[in-house]
Design a binder for this molecule. Structure first.
Ligand code: SAH
Ligand code: DHB
Ligand code: MG
Length: 216
């Protein structure tokens, strides 16, 4: 099967199971208009994040890597009225687009976009978070995993995106992103306080995968 077929099936699944969503469409349109890269999660993956956060009963969510706030909106939808989400973004322009998208989606008061390197912001955060989505620079994943653990409580669910990258994880060479994912996996495997698995995916974003971690 080919990329074309994966994309067609993703479109079918999205049309079949996801309601039309003008808020998310507008977030993507404005992200594109501002020149942001189209590397947000796919709609069906975004809804998976929302469902996982809901299943966790998440009231406090942390996201590392905001971009234009597309995945952030999905995650914020999982929150109860008094729930809170903190999202970390290095690029000021991305953060500005995200803030507008989040405000239009009705989450201005519930979501805080923190600008700067995630590794600088993480020590200033107060946990525990119930659900954490790791999706910034993949070279930072080992640090983001360790910080997520510090900011977690028993039962916290952590999802890390892009852990396969078209199979690059097998042949990392000098690729800092693939090496980051492999190092994170080593840390996870050596960490008795978590249980984890990873799943490969194909779809409109190609061949990739995610890691799913539960803190014991
Ligand atoms: N979660 C988003 C996509 C994130 S793309 C979605 O699915 O909609 C990755 C984002 O991480 C980019 O916006 C990039 O600027 C940001 N990023 C890269 N390095 C970073 C760092 N060191 N700290 C925080 N954010 C970073
Ligand atoms: C890239 C980043 C992502 O988070 C993603 O889901 C896909 C691609 C990237 O940096 O190329
Ligand atoms: Mg990603």
């Amino acid at each position: 099967m080919s990329q074309e077929a994966w994309t067609e099936v993703d479109h079918y699944l999205t049309e079949a199971l996801l309601a039309p969503d003008p808020t998310l469409d507008a977030a993507l349109a404005d992200s594109q208009a501002a020149g942001l890269p189209a590397i947000n999660v796919a709609p069906n993956q975004g809804k998976l994040l929302m469902l996982l956060a809901q299943m966790t009963g998440a009231r406090r969510i942390l996201e590392i890597g905001t971009l234009g706030g597309y995945s952030t909106i999905w995650l914020a939808r999982a929150l109860p009225a008094d729930g809170r989400l903190v999202t970390l973004e290095y690029e000021p322009k991305h953060a500005e687009v995200a803030r507008k998208n989040l405000a239009r989606a009705g989450f201005a008061d519930q979501v805080e976009v923190k600008v700067g390197a995630a590794i600088a912001a993480l020590p200033s955060l107060e946990g525990p978070f119930d659900f954490i989505f790791i999706d910034a620079d993949k070279s930072g994943y080992p640090d983001y995993f360790l910080w997520s653990l510090k900011l977690a409580r028993p039962g916290t669910v952590i999802v890390a995106d892009n852990v396969v990258r078209a199979g690059k994880v097998l042949q990392p060479g000098n690729d800092a992103n693939a090496l980051g994912v492999r190092r994170m996996n080593e840390l996870i495997a050596a960490e008795p306080r978590v249980a984890a698995t990873a799943v490969q995916t194909v779809g409109s974003k190609g061949w990739d995968g995610f890691c799913l971690i539960r803190v014991k």
